[in-house]
Design a protein around this ligand. Structure first.
Ligand code: IPD
Ligand code: CA
Ligand code: CA
Length: 260
């Protein structure tokens, strides 16, 4: 078995190189294409960064599987799988709205072991290692201690074009807004999860996310003492709905989502 520490070191190194490429591209005019729906965007930088990350993984771990947003899957029947979102928050990147990140999550036998989420505009690198804790740059982070759902701040995201979930999510947003300190929507799911890990919001939920959106955030949250589940409260396994919290408000959070 590869040392998990070594995998983390390589993931951190790769995230630095990816961040550098994104920073350089940020200074240029960003042309984008739509991947179908009007708000589903991709830029040349997404593709270049994805290629860079996939190439670096191949250099260090040629036998590992890679699943990435822009390049698809490379299944080599390894026990290790890297989930890559080269830019989580592409629409923010295009608009210079300061919430986008590189997200790299590594799983061993379907369980997260390493996560790195690099918030580029804010120069904040979140990372976690199985049984090793969660960090923001060099400081250990942990979820908040708030135990009253009503005193929490919450964050969500939504795909504006998914008719199946938009009505449901609008109802959840309304009910949480009426029963808490409020709901935010920043546009980068990996960072929303890190904000729960860091204790600046109590919970995050979203429908329809993909493995590359959540793989890194998952371990960053759980190593910081939080909970990641589906809407039934079972362990999250890339389900349709993700519910993330500081653990203390989780029961009430699930209740309000399910009753909306
Ligand atoms: C998106 C972001 C957004 C979430 C969307 C994702 P992308 O990822 O994470 O916050 O609401 O569902 O698709 O497309 O910018 O990588
Ligand atoms: Ca994403
Ligand atoms: Ca992306």
């Amino acid at each position: 078995m590869k040392s998990t520490n070594h995998i983390l070191d390589i993931a951190l190194e790769i995230s630095d190189q990816a961040a550098e490429l994104i920073r350089l591209s940020s200074q240029k005019i960003k042309s984008f294409k739509s991947k179908g729906e009007v708000s589903n965007l991709v830029t040349q930088t997404d593709i270049e960064v994805d290629k860079l990350i996939a190439g670096k993984i191949k250099e260090s771990f040629p036998e590992h599987n890679v699943v990435s947003e822009e390049l698809g899957s490379k299944n080599l029947s390894s026990e290790y799988t890297w989930y890559i979102d080269p830019i989580d928050g592409t629409n923010n990147f295009v608009h210079n709205y300061p919430s986008f990140a590189v997200s790299i999550g590594v799983y061993l036998r379907s369980k997260p072991i390493v996560g790195v989420v690099y918030d580029i505009p804010n120069n904040e690198k979140f990372f976690a290692l199985k049984d090793g804790g969660s960090f923001s740059n060099d400081s250990k982070i942990s979820v908040s201690n708030k135990d009253r759902f009503s005193e929490g701040l919450y964050v969500t995201g939504f795909i504006p074009y998914d008719e199946n979930y938009i009505e449901k999510n609008l109802q959840v947003i309304k009910n949480i807004n009426l029963n808490s300190h409020g709901v935010r929507r920043l546009g980068a799911a990996s960072l929303d999860m890190c904000h729960v890990a860091k204790g600046i919001v109590e919970g995050f939920w979203e429908y329809n996310l993909q493995p590359w959106d959540t793989a890194a955030g998952n371990i960053i949250v759980t190593e910081a003492g939080g909970t990641v589940s589906n809407e039934n409260g079972s362990q999250y396994n890339f389900d349709k709905c993700i519910v993330v919290s500081n653990n203390k408000v989780h029961k009430d959070f699930l209740k309000i989502i399910n009753e909306s």
